[in-house]
Write a protein that binds this ligand. Structure first.
Ligand code: SAH
Length: 256
């Protein structure tokens, strides 16, 4: 992996953790911020981690975007899966390089991009989305995140069935996951993992009941709360405001 920034590379311009800009390095162009503009020609040939000055003399750090940066900067057509929840989904589903994963609904493509990032270079994500109008935005978002090669988007209703067989994981973020459970059972390999993200507890109860009926084991539902800590000598404490709720995540594994 090259440390040197070339034209057309994507770079995260970092002013502070609240003010970051994801840009593509275009020859001969300027990028404007409220702290002045940056000549993108000045960025070419620098290394990730270097600094560049705006015309007002303000320093920006040049960072290599992570999958989290790409997702947090995506164009949103739907609610997206947040990093705190995704981290747990990756660990509990056991996905990794080479995994074959079925996922739905694609929505804005945030979850799809995360999964694709973890299964590359030889894995694949089959992502189902029932609403055609979401497919194009999602594709653009996934492409920008650099992982479209590992994704196949299918404009289909996943409650009607899953085409793939012997998959390693089925990962859901849609309104009626319990209707997908019987199809997930058929699509998964023995021991394959199921994961479903739902904002409401009513969805969770129906999904867990369906999983127990369908011979899944290790059924577990969790919620993840994260608190940001303000760190400063003699003033260190949690920040006053936090995100109170995103959703519950249910996990299970298939028995034969
Ligand atoms: N996980 C996505 C957001 C999903 S929002 C992200 O991180 O960006 C839920 C999506 O599921 C919506 O786009 C909706 O159209 C889609 N959906 C709902 N029911 C579906 C079904 N039965 N089959 C396929 N997609 C479905």
């Amino acid at each position: 992996m090259s440390d040197i920034i070339k034209k057309e590379d994507q770079v995260l311009l970092f002013l502070d953790s609240r003010r970051t800009y994801l840009i593509k390095v275009k020859k001969g162009q300027d990028f404007h911020t409220h702290k002045g503009f940056i000549h993108l020609d000045d960025v070419i040939g620098k290394r990730y981690g270097d600094r560049v000055k705006s015309n007002l003399g303000v320093d920006f750090v040049l960072l290599k975007p992570t999958i989290r940066d790409y997702v947090m900067k995506m164009v949103r057509r739907t609610q997206i899966i947040y990093p705190k929840d995704m981290a747990l989904i990756v660990l509990h589903t056991g996905i990794g390089p080479g995994s074959k994963v079925v996922e739905a609904g694609t929505g804005s493509g945030a979850l799809t991009s995360y999964v694709a990032h973890y299964v590359k270079p030889d894995g694949c994500v089959y992502s189902y989305e029932v609403r055609e109008e979401f497919v194009e935005t999602a594709k653009k978002n996934i492409e920008k995140a650099g992982v479209l090669d590992y994704v196949k988007i299918k404009n289909k209703d996943i409650t009607q069935g899953i085409d793939e067989k012997a998959v390693d994981a089925v990962i859901l973020d849609l309104a009626t996951p319990w209707l997908v459970v019987p199809h997930a059972y058929k699509a998964l390999r023995g021991g394959g993992t199921f994961s479903s993200f739902s904002p409401t507890i009513d969805q969770v109860v129906k999904t867990v009941e369906a999983l127990e009926e369908a011979r899944f084991v290790d059924v577990e539902t969790i919620e993840c709360l994260t608190r940001r800590i303000k760190v400063k000598r003699d003033q260190t404490r949690p920040e006053t405001f936090m995100v109170g709720h995103t959703g519950y995540i249910t996990f299970a594994r298939k028995t034969l």
